[in-house]
Design a binder for this molecule. Structure first.
Ligand code: PGA
Ligand code: ZN
Length: 420
């Protein structure tokens, strides 16, 4: 299969700024369209999102340079590579860029092409995307176990103003079972949470990811009480059908010390670990993500031993940035038991899947995740999560660009059950 046309352009992401979308046409007539998200609390080791810096448009956040790079550099470079050779296409783009973090051409430019090519070939082969990914990357995924919902229901940090220091409080499915049923249980919990926030005279306005961003909440622990209560009021038992996950996104409140503004407290890493330890037996946690800053390796190792003993998954996001080198270091140090997977952190599909394979080989749980800065309606990550056998998909509960991911996951479930 040969790529005969690539079109690239700016579209609007959910954050109100542009992002890149690419349309790839093959000589078979098949077309693949893909767009890429960006983060609000992006880790410093992530691939570069190349923006124009031209303050006369989009406050400097335009993506025309990335678009131009696709048309003038990337397309000529990959035009003669068979489209089904996804790894060769991704490798050619990595080499053409020539920087360690895709700073020259832009991770946004490279990833949009990478994903659109994959989708075009899957369409051409008339395969669902997840099946095409399984074939192309020789994955040995058990499709009887689909990724389960990890639904962000309270958000703060960089995702909303005047609310919690920690970025996300999630309700996570605990039982395998049907994705569709587990999405329902998690969203029923979200609706109960709204009533509970109102009872506490807290705002139920939304944040970036469509979760509640309660203004004026007095501390970072109340959300844990509220989510626990919401699970119960929805008719479930915390720790049985549903549990709690947190993403602290701690790099965002680390400035040499960890500063919890809401509580007017400053902690060293050791002190912050003690703060977290008080929670561990009180709440039904499934997983805890980025509780420490992205380069605080020693404290990550200490915390991992504590969480392991409690059976709680310890998840790297800004720590690992979907990067095999950082994942390998985390495995060697025994710093994590799970990893967030976000294709735009690394910038190609092949590197993303290589990272998942290493995680799977080392029994590191993968959670495929949306981005909080600007998402698009592209549901690629749902197919990716299924293909690599992620335990969870982490996405917000409302807004079109969020629910599109759950809807695709439920569609895949129907497809696999033969009930399309
Ligand atoms: P981001 O945050 O996409 O805004 O960086 C989401 C997360 O940290 O999981
Ligand atoms: Zn995170």
């Amino acid at each position: 299969m040969k790529i005969i046309k690539i079109v690239a352009y700016e579209i609007l992401a959910s954050g109100g700024y542009p992002t890149v979308e690419v349309k790839v046409t093959l000589d078979t007539g098949a077309v693949g369209i893909a767009s890429v998200p960006y983060g609000a609390s992006a880790g410093s080791h992530e691939a570069t999102v190349l923006v124009d810096g031209d303050t006369t448009r989009w406050n400097g956040q335009g993506n025309l340079k990335a678009v131009a790079n696709i048309l003038t550099e990337i397309y000529p470079k990959i035009a003669d590579i068979p489209a089904e050779n996804q790894i060769d296409i991704d490798t050619a783009m990595i080499q053409l860029d020539g920087t360690p973090n895709k700073a020259r051409l832009g991770g946004n430019a490279i990833l949009a092409v990478s994903l659109a090519v994959a989708r075009a070939v899957a369409n051409s082969k008339q395969l669902p995307l997840y099946k095409y990914l399984i074939q192309t990357y020789n994955l040995t995924t058990d499709l009887t176990k689909l990724p389960q919902p990890m639904v962000v229901i309270i958000e703060g940090g960089k995702h909303a103003d005047e609310t919690t220091d920690f970025q996300e409080f999630c309700v996570s499915a605990k039982e395998q079972g049907s994705v569709t049923e587990n999405v329902r249980k998690a969203l029923e919990t979200y609706h109960q949470l709204k009533k509970i926030l109102k009872e506490h005279k807290l705002s139920t306005n939304g944040g970036n990811e469509g979760a509640f961003a309660p203004n004026g909440i007095p501390n970072n622990t109340d959300p844990l009480e509220f989510v626990t209560e919401a699970i119960k009021r929805a008719g479930y038992t915390p720790g049985k059908e549903l549990g709690i996950s947190i993403d602290a996104a701690a790099s965002e409140f680390f400035n040499g010390n960890y500063e919890l503004k809401l509580e007017n407290r400053q902690f060293t890493g050791e002190e912050l670990i003690h703060y977290y330890e008080e929670w561990l037996d009180k709440y039904s946690f499934v997983s805890l993500e980025d509780l420490l800053s992205e380069d605080d390796w020693d404290n990550w190792v200490t915390l991992n031993q504590i969480l392991k003993a409690k059976g709680i998954k310890h998840i790297g996001d800004d720590l690992t940035v979907t990067n095999i080198n950082r994942l390998r270091k985390a495995i060697e140090l025994d710093a994590i038991s799970g990893i967030i997977i976000k294709p735009n952190q690394i910038g190609t599909l092949s590197e993303t899947i290589a990272c998942c394979k290493i995680a799977n080989e080392h029994n590191i749980m993968t959670i495929t995740s949306h981005r909080g800065g600007g998402e698009t309606n592209d549901d690629f990550i749902a197919d990716l999560a299924v293909a690599v056998g992620s335990a969870y998909v982490k996405v917000g509960p409302t807004r079109g660009e969020r629910v599109s991911k759950y809807n695709r996951l439920m569609e895949i479930e129907r497809e696999l059950r033969g009930a399309v």
